[in-house]
Design a protein around this ligand. Structure first.
Ligand code: HEC
Length: 133
């Protein structure tokens, strides 16, 4: 029984791996069509709320809430999940996250022509700002 579950797990992991590599390939093709690179988008669209080093901005907004949480401690998979969830407008139910403010922000960001690829933006933030790696 244990053996069976282990091989099932392995099979699932393999399937997931395949699915991931497939989607990242199509994502890469899409990424080439974005007008600005991740650094440009972050500098222009994210810095005011998430800070120059992704350290977050504790200063309160007009609703009395911190402007933006730190993005420099999340693991790469957490960032990917969150950013994908934001871009999908919360349709990615399985992540169980609540990103209402960011979903609203994202629409404004997209309107300004500053769209981005979710996985590569997550990688950019992780590689540039993460303090635990
Ligand atoms: C006007 C302020 C503001 C701007 C601009 C902004 N954010 Fe956010 N962001 C927030 C707030 C507030 C939250 C927390 C609440 C939420 O997720 O809705 C958040 C949450 C997030 C999260 C989820 C963090 C977590 O741990 O779940 C990510 C990832 C993120 N933002 C990325 C970005 C990126 C990338 C940009 C630029 C393209 C950006 N944000 C621009 C205010 C902002």
């Amino acid at each position: 029984m244990i053996k069976l579950s282990i091989s099932l797990l392995a099979a699932t992991a393999l399937l997931m791996f395949n699915a991931c590599s497939d989607s990242s390939q199509t994502k890469k093709e899409e990424a080439t069509t974005y007008k600005y690179n991740n650094a440009q988008v972050y500098e222009n669209m994210c810095v005011n709320c998430h800070g120059k080093q992704g350290e977050g901005v504790a200063e309160l907004d007009k609703n009395g809430k911190p402007k933006g949480p730190a993005l420099n401690k999340q693991e790469i998979y957490e960032l990917k999940l969150a950013i994908t969830d934001i871009k999908n407008g919360g349709l990615n139910q399985s992540s169980g996250t609540d990103h209402e403010i960011m979903e609203h922000n994202y629409k404004a960001i997209k309107k300004k022509g500053m769209d981005y690829d979710t996985d590569s933006m997550a990688e950019y933030i992780y590689n540039t700002f993460n303090i635990n790696k």
